[in-house]
Design a protein. Structure first.
Length: 200
């Protein structure tokens, strides 16, 4: 009798394979605020304004790596079929500050997510309803409030998954009614939980 897990073999000829592979991207939120932040607009290997760079020093021309995104072509998913089932996000800073919580509240309370596939609106949702994973320093907030990486944010699951086929453009923006200023610039990483489909 065949082993039940055999159908999950990676090299299975003439069988469509499905992998749990998220898609992610990182943008910078300026301290002065901005009305629109475009995710999946600058691919891996290109320069972007990011503050959470290796070594802890801000840089305006950081070359995006897999730490920042796994998008290889601006605006397009890697050449596979993707089914997105949920999202997670994280605020990222080079240092822990006592003002971090206020900045997170300002952004979350005054923005919304906007998803498009091709020329079709998929959905909008106020950011305050989507959880964020954050680094929280024990000496800043007290040992009880300290969280491990991603430990305080379950994923937001879409009511209905949406599909992006090869060659279709995906656009995700974080929008505000105007410039919402914060105390210190930070990076925001969006992670889309997905199943990636490919033919063998």
């Amino acid at each position: 009798m065949p082993i039940p897990n055999r159908r999950y073999n990676v090299l299975n000829p003439n069988v469509t394979e499905f992998f749990g592979q998220p898609l992610w991207d990182t943008v910078n939120y300026a301290a002065a605020g901005q009305a629109v932040m475009n995710f999946f607009a600058i691919p891996r290997g290109q320069a972007a304004v990011l503050t959470t760079v290796i070594g802890g020093a801000p840089a305006a021309g950081t070359i995006k790596s897999y730490r920042d995104t796994n998008l290889d072509i601006a605006g397009f998913t890697p050449d596979k079929r993707w089914e997105f089932v949920g999202m997670s996000a994280a605020f990222r800073r080079i240092t822990d500050l006592v003002t971090d919580e206020m900045d997170r509240k300002m952004i979350a309370g005054n923005t919304w997510w906007y998803f498009r596939v091709g020329d079709k609106d998929v959905f909008r949702i106020p950011t305050v309803f989507t959880p964020f994973a954050n680094y929280t320093h024990a000496t800043t907030w007290g040992a009880v409030a300290a969280q491990a990486t991603g430990g305080n944010a379950p994923a937001y699951m879409f009511t209905t998954p949406f599909v992006v086929n090869p060659g279709e453009r995906i656009s995700v923006t974080l929008e505000a009614p105007g410039n919402v200023p914060i105390i210190t610039t930070l990076d925001i990483t969006l992670l889309l939980h997905a199943t990636m489909q490919r033919a063998t």
